[in-house]
Write a protein that binds this ligand. Structure first.
Ligand code: FMN
Length: 181
């Protein structure tokens, strides 16, 4: 079984990356685990043309970049998205990726699809102390999973995480969460 763990932050070496590393380290003993960072990929914003609603294909020049990411999704049985709060939502880079996944959205026919039976997990972190903001990010990720027909199995919200050191200090909590993956 394969697991894909996604750093949804544009910061490759920050708090999110530390959490990705704790999760992938734990999953590595049970799954063939791969990590990617949304910042590994360069793509433009969705233009909202809706051509994909008719054809299930994106007409933009860089459509192959999104297909590369979706190939990673397709190869995985388990998908874990780890996102920091940027202005009380997922980072713009990950939101832009989700927008570009409209060819895969199950609200229109035809639509592209990934293999069924995948399980999705969402982890949100933020500096502030209140959990509802984390739940908002989790909602965005789970909304995306839902339209790709990825089953939403479990999620984790981590408040009061500003940097890598704060993330390291939450290792026990993160490893406990990994038990449900
Ligand atoms: C542009 C930006 C916006 C942010 N907005 C929020 C916010 O609205 N609420 C919050 O609690 N933390 C906010 N933060 C803090 C991050 O969620 C927090 O520092 C997180 O650990 C950053 O992870 P990263 O370094 O992996 O990107 C923001 C950070 C940045 C850079």
């Amino acid at each position: 079984m394969k697991a894909l763990v996604i750093n949804c932050s544009p910061v490759r070496n920050g708090a999110t990356s530390e959490i990705v590393s704790i999760i992938s380290g734990e999953l590595g003993s049970r799954y063939d685990t791969k990590c990617i960072c949304i910042d590994d990929y360069v793509f433009a914003f969705c233009k909202g043309c809706r051509a994909c609603h008719m054809t299930a294909e994106c007409v933009m020049d860089d459509a192959s970049v999104i297909k590369d990411i979706m190939r990673e999704f397709d190869e995985a049985d388990i998908i874990v998205s780890v996102a920091p709060s940027y202005w009380a939502d997922i980072p713009g880079q990950y939101k832009s990726f989700i927008d570009r996944c409209t060819p895969w959205c199950n609200t229109h026919e035809p639509h592209a699809s990934i293999k069924p039976g995948k399980k999705g997990y969402a982890v949100a972190l933020r500096t502030g102390p209140n959990m509802p903001e984390c739940e908002r990010l989790i909602g965005s990720i789970e909304h995306f999973y839902g339209h790709l027909e990825i089953e939403c199995v479990a999620h984790l919200g981590l408040t009061s995480v500003e940097n890598k050191e704060d993330a390291k200090a939450r290792k026990t909590e993160i490893l406990e969460f990994c038990k449900c993956i």
